[in-house]
Design a protein around this ligand. Structure first.
Ligand code: MSK
Length: 630
């Protein structure tokens, strides 16, 4: 009899309450308190009908004032806000991708960064028409990186990776004029279109939102993912643990937070250095524990098995344990609150990127040329800080789950190879997975992505949706903070197969996988696009015909809106649990939830009732099966 038991949301909350008690003792602020202070939210903002893009306003739309001073109506205002939201997300993901291109460009046999997956580099070079014969691997890395960097500003043509999509998808993008050109151009065009006195036509604004989203998903994010694999290794299944209990009281605890693996990889490297471990012992600790928060955690968990302390809304909790010597951040999703919070404890809040500078932090500028010495300085600073702990404030919740992570597309193809007893596919295609789907053993798949949002009881939507899907034989592929929600609850433990329907349970047993597959960080949603493209090509179907949907039940960031736009534009219906500030315009809401289906064969569903949301997803998957006659 299995002893497997999921960690419940009530258990998370009890642990958090205990940490907040410590916080109260030292006068710490928390997101829970700030949410109260910010409630109720501005209704104009919530509906997307506040315009402050010029200084004649701000203008707010009401029944008495249906147009702003320039004459723009609610539909134009909501549309422009939506496009700006998307552009912010596309810029952010893509700039992360650009940083990784630069890191690849700096790679060298004797440098801080090396090429760990040369085969993947060669495959990409060939795909891009770059000569590989007779070239040293680093010469090739530099050439590929430079070609990638050109994708950001090239004057002509569309993104190189679009060719990975099935021809039918490429044709749609071409016909609808949403095939993304240079990445920076799509971001700049979006800001141009949404400037005062430019577009106010919802169709035009949504079309550009889709195009900017595609420049992220099939451009910047995809390069971020692919080149991270080249540099740090393509993920393979690896065991790890998740939740705050991964922090170790006797050790120096370093928490990495953010997104760019160039930093976290180096920190892990130096935390493992015998010289550093010996120094930690000299300073009274038993060793060094690195754990992670948010997507940088996903990156190092997938490649090194580094444990995951938590997701987005747990970032303050790691400091509240009183046992965090340093929280080291790079970019994105970092609460500025970590500065003042750290001051209430002994924790060092170390910022490292010129892109994310914050008050009350110690700034150690990190760059690829000096990465080794920067990382060493950070690890040493954390060790030196161990002695400053206040033992009376230390409390690490005894709460963690086992997880198997690291399911890149390559890994999924490999583990599912041979699952079907009728055919063992030797060619590394998705055919075994397709066979599971067509036979009905697996009914379909959900790509679960996104953040936490205080508008939803943290993690509940992720976990409840996943539980119901797997019970209905729908496999989950998760990334970002959704993946961490699953891991913390125990859904990435292989024993979670016991929560599945009979078909999915059998697949989990045969392939030795958990029912929720960890596919990485938020840029790694590009991996999901590649998997969908391969499934379509191998089945001869269009992506929009596959019984596959996307879901972001607790999303909060601009990046998530960009992601939603590229997932939908790829032909995958996308289900949101939080409204993207468009309810103030019937035209915009109708376009996004219906009208765009005529363009890209998929659309959004927004439903804040999570039980209804999951039922709608399952219904959609079953509709697609029925249409295929399977
Ligand atoms: S970290 S964008 S809270 S998934 Fe990628 Fe998590 Fe969302 Fe940030």
């Amino acid at each position: 009899m299995s002893e497997f038991k999921l960690t419940t949301v009530e258990e998370f909350e009890a642990a958090t309450d205990r940490l907040l008690e410590t916080g109260a003792k030292v006068g710490a602020d928390s997101w829970q308190l700030r949410v109260k202070n910010q409630t109720p939210h501005c209704k104009f903002g919530e509906q997307g009908i506040c315009c402050r893009i010029c200084s004649m306003g701000p203008c707010r739309i009401t029944p008495k004032a249906p147009r702003g001073i320039c004459g723009c109506d609610a539909h134009g205002i909501v549309g422009r806000n939506y496009l700006k939201f998307t552009a912010g997300g596309a810029a952010t993901h893509s700039d992360h991708g650009r940083e990784i291109c630069h890191t690849l460009y700096e790679s060298a046999a004797d440098g801080n960064y090396k090429v760990k997956d040369p085969d993947k580099l060669i495959r990409i070079a060939k795909e891009w028409g770059i000569e590989t014969e007779g070239k040293d691997i680093y010469e090739l890395a530099h050439e590929v990186a430079e070609t990638g960097l050109m994708e950001y500003g090239k004057p002509f043509g569309t993104q190189r990776f679009l060719k990975r999509a099935p021809q039918t998808t490429q044709d749609i993008w071409e016909k609808e004029e949403i095939a993304p050109r240079a990445i920076d151009r799509e971001v700049a065009t979006s800001l141009h279109m949404s400037h005062m006195g430019c577009s106010s036509l919802p169709e035009a604004l949504v079309r550009q939102s889709l195009r900017a989203g595609l420049s992220d998903g099939w451009g910047g994010s995809m390069m971020g993912t692919e080149f991270s694999d080249v540099l740090f290794g393509t993920p393979k299944p690896i065991d790890t643990e998740a939740n705050l209990g991964v922090m170790v009281e006797e050790n120096v605890n370093i928490v990495v937070h953010g997104h760019d693996p160039s930093l976290s990889e180096m920190i892990c490297e130096y935390a493992d250095d015998p010289e550093m471990i010996a120094y930690a012992k000299e300073m009274g600790a038993k060793g060094i524990t690195v754990s992670g928060v948010c997507c940088t955690s996903n990156e190092v968990a997938m490649r090194r098995g580094i444990p995951m302390a938590g997701n987005f809304l747990q970032q303050e909790n790691v400091v509240l344990t009183g046992a965090c010597e340093a929280i080291v951040v790079d970019v994105q999703c970092i609460f500025p609150a970590l500065g003042p919070l750290s001051k209430c404890f002994h924790t060092k809040f170390i910022t490292t990127s010129p892109i994310a500078q914050m008050p009350d932090s110690e700034f150690i500028r990190f760059n690829s040329k000096t990465a080794g010495e920067n990382a060493k300085a950070i690890v040493k600073a954390a060790i030196d800080n161990f002695k400053n702990r206040k033992p009376e404030l230390v409390h690490i919740p005894d709460m963690k789950q086992k997880a198997t992570v690291g399911y890149s597309v390559e890994a999924i193809v490999k583990v599912l190879d041979g699952v079907t007893n009728t055919q063992v596919d030797e060619t590394g295609t998705t055919k075994p997975l397709l066979e599971c789907i067509t036979s009905g053993v697996i009914r379909g798949a959900v790509a679960m992505v996104g953040c936490n949002n205080p508008k939803i009881r943290p993690d509940t939507a992720h976990i409840e949706l996943m539980k119901k899907c797997i019970a209905n034989d729908i496999i989950i592929i998760a990334s970002g903070c959704s993946a961490q929600a699953a891991a913390k609850a125990g859904l990435m433990d292989k024993s979670a197969k016991d929560l599945c329907g009979a078909g999915l349970k059998r697949v989990c047993e045969l392939a030795d996988i958990p029912p929720v597959l960890h596919m990485g960080s938020c840029v790694d949603i590009s991996r999901m696009m590649i998997l969908a493209a391969e499934l379509a090509k191998d089945s001869g179907l269009k992506i929009s015909q596959l019984p596959v949907v996307g879901c972001a039940p607790e999303w909060m960031s601009e990046k998530a809106v960009s992601i939603g736009n590229y997932v939908v534009s790829t032909g995958i219906d996308t289900f949101l649990g939080v409204d993207p500030y468009v309810s103030g315009s019937s035209e915009m809401a109708e376009l996004l939830t219906g009208g765009i289906r005529d363009w890209v064969e998929a659309a959004y569903t927004v439903e804040t009732d999570i039980e209804k949301l999951v039922d709608l997803m399952i219904e959609r998957i079953e509709e697609k099966r029925e249409a295929l006659g399977i």
